[in-house]
Design a protein around this ligand. Sequence first.
Ligand code: ADE
Ligand code: ZN
Length: 319
Amino acid sequence: MPSPLAELHLHLEGTLEPELIFELARRNGVTLPYRDLDDLRARYRFRDLQSFLDLYYANMATLRTAADFERLTWAYAERAHAGGVRHAEVFVDPQAHTARGVPTETVLRGVAAGLGRAESELGLTSGIIVCVLRDRPVAEARRMLEESLAAGVPLLGIGLDSAEVGYPPSLFADVFTAAAEAGLRRVAHAGEEGPPEYLWQALDVLGVERVDHGVRCLEDDVLVRRLAAEQVPLTVCPLSNVRLRVVDDLAAHPLRRMLDRGLLVTLNSDDPAYFGGYVDDNLRQCRDTLGLTGAELATLAANSVRASFAGAGRKAELL
Ligand code: ADE
Ligand code: ZN
């Protein structure tokens, strides 16, 4: 697979592998509602985004200490590095943890420790993007931002995730303005299950620099022309789209059409422990199923570096 790669759409909590769920549950005295690994794995068949999110949030109950978050982060870094990733901008969902009594500072300190180890031992550079859970109250999002900024950990950006339909980006205009004033870069999930209108809002109301997923932009020709003209990066996650039934199967994925329309597309894994593969698996399966050429794979890799928030020096090293 082409390397070096940057991964720009990766939820750290979505890298929680079944084996680690059982190990952490044992260590932290958490009772799981699954008989064994097979029973857990049997539940990884999703109808839509919400049916996935229900399991994703439930399994987070096993993550309790900063050491747990460090362990999770290091495991991701090792696996991603083995697949060619040299720079990663990772999403974290602090509200999913504070809601069950784990402070934002505990979460972010653990993640930062794991990423620090990844940089010193693997040379993997990175940044943390804290995400607003859009299906929770705006006041809670504001609190999450304040707690994250106060955690004493360097932050790269703010994002927007969780259940999309019915929760338009415009709800969080003030939170994103405050984040920008604090120096954070802005990204948002839009156009995964939600309509093209949510991409317009992400761009024009939240002021995002990248759109996560964005595959439904193809339903709005004016929007596609704008995204192409401004070269707004779209962090596309094909295996996720298949598992969450955004597309019928990988052969029907619009990745090739998006490239042909001149969009700045990057390939990413989203929640690799749940969707059957890391970023190199996404690349390999897209190559085999969609017939991507070596040149197209190289373009996707170069796009990922260009679309990253790495500094100019680091980008030059990776390109
Ligand atoms: N949180 C984790 N994965 C997500 C996805 N694919 N869409 C929205 N929120 C998420
Ligand atoms: Zn995502």
